[in-house]
Design a protein around this ligand. Structure first.
Ligand code: SF4
Length: 433
């Protein structure tokens, strides 16, 4: 049987798509090899969110060509969409797959063998229609991702995603149910709903809250987690579901991007700091133990020292468990490129370091806040020290010692402390089930 192997760079959605492709190739008779093992087809799902991400993609492609000179190499995804010419210049690539062809390129691979020139499946036009995914994802972990939506119509001024992934479109409701059913039958107990702008999910009059309600009815689905969701798009029904303590996890990752209103306006974000604060305070008041994370872009054009300080203070005042910090990076074709006040790289690097240090402090505080509590942990794997680690519904990572294997088991744990070496890692003792 031919072998195929997959890897992804970038966001959770990219990883989700590569996992679905693995399922699709498996159904076509391929053996799925781990990345790095000998393979006949090597597929790289690429990212173009920053210059650095694009450079990592080119390095990954070159490394793959060196390591597997006989393999048929497919370069797919966002950077294949936006960086077609750059990828074409890398000798040895056999297929380049833009966004429109991501779910169908397997059909073109009848007898994959090395080619003198790459096959290019690419179009500037990207469908806006509802979609289905071609298979069921294959994941190593105990959590499975479930793609519900793609694309974005918000066009924030710094963001390239609406150009690389296209406009908003939702996955057919029934097709989400179909994959969730198969994932649950395969033993995955937690489903993580993914997309680009998932709060905008609409299919046949149904919303994301309807998707969550529907998934709760599937036997074996014990946890449903929503990934990053735009602050202006969260339905009250989702907050009510999280507060109810059933399968929907009390966890929100709400990108703020800046804590300064002028910067937010120049970013083209759809809220003020007051809107965001009001929403977070309402959510935190209604959802016991809410785990809250955010994204922040540092060094946006025109971000003054005062604006950065306001961002730091704003973040300090809300009950975040962590921040993901992104250094601003120019993306050709976005409005932000033409804004005045681009900052020197060393200023951006310094501010990024400062916020990352603050995020580490928040992670430690979040872990310490749970000391003395009993939490349910879905265990995943052993860490380097032999402890089993897993996540609570509110996204706290917990480590516990166990002689018996705990992978994919949900066990109550008494939190006893926080690991001093790993920000955000709580330690605890297993309790009887
Ligand atoms: S909401 Fe803004 S940042 Fe998020 S994908 Fe859409 S355009 Fe990009």
């Amino acid at each position: 049987m031919p072998r195929a192997s997959f890897t992804s760079l970038g966001c959770r959605l990219n990883h989700t798509e590569a996992a679905v492709w693995a399922g699709q190739f498996s159904a076509k008779g391929y053996t799925i090899a781990r990345w790095g093992e000998p393979t006949d087809v090597a597929v790289i799902n690429t990212c173009s969110v920053t210059h650095r991400a694009e450079a990592s993609c080119r390095n990954m492609v070159r490394r793959t060509l060196r390591r597997s000179p006989e393999a048929f190499v497919v370069v797919a995804g966002c950077y294949a969409q936006s960086g077609l010419d750059a990828i074409r210049e890398i000798p040895g690539v056999d297929m380049i797959v833009g966004t429109e062809f991501k779910d169908t390129f397997a059909d073109y691979l009848l007898r994959p063998r090395k080619l003198p020139e790459p096959v290019v499946l690419h179009s500037a036009r990207i469908s806006r229609h509802e979609f289905e995914v071609p298979s069921t994802g294959r994941y190593d972990a105990t959590r499975a991702n479930l793609k519900v939506q793609d694309g974005c119509d918000f066009f924030c001024s710094f963001c390239i995603i609406p150009y690389t992934r296209g406009r908003e479109r939702s996955r057919r409701f029934e097709d989400i149910h179909r994959e969730a059913d198969e994932l649950a039958a395969g033993g995955y107990r937690e489903l993580v709903l993914t997309g680009v702008n998932i709060g905008r999910y609409r299919s046949g009059g149904r919303t994301l809250a309807d998707v969550a309600d529907d998934l709760e009815t599937i036997a074996g689905v014990e946890r449903i987690r929503i990934t990053s969701i735009e602050p202006t798009t969260v339905e009250d029904r989702l907050l009510e579901g999280m507060a109810a303590g059933r399968a929907l996890c009390p966890y929100l990752h709400l990108p703020i991007q800046s804590g300064d209103d002028e910067v937010l306006e120049r970013m083209g974000r759809r809220y003020t700091t007051k809107d965001y604060r009001d929403f977070v305070e309402r959510a935190a008041a209604g959802i016991p133990g809410l785990g809250l994370g955010t994204d922040v872009i540092v060094g946006y054009p025109g971000e003054t020292d005062e604006a950065f300080d306001r961002t730091c203070r704003f973040l300090d005042e809300l009950p975040f468990a962590y921040y993901h910090v992104f250094s601003y990076s120019k993306r050709a074709g976005t409005r932000a490129v033409g804004l005045p006040g681009h900052l020197p790289p060393q200023v951006i690097a310094e501010r990024s370091r400062e916020l990352r240090a603050r995020s580490d402090r928040r992670r430690r505080e979040f872990a310490r806040r749970h000391r003395g509590q009993t939490v349910d942990v879905l265990f995943e794997q052993q860490d380097a020290t032999g402890r089993w680690t897993g996540l609570t519904p509110n996204y706290l990572r917990v480590a516990a010692v166990s002689e018996a294997p705990l992978a994919n088991r949900i066990r109550p744990v008494r939190v006893t402390g926080a690991d001093p070496g790993v920000p955000g890692l709580a330690t605890g003792a297993l309790l009887p089930e």
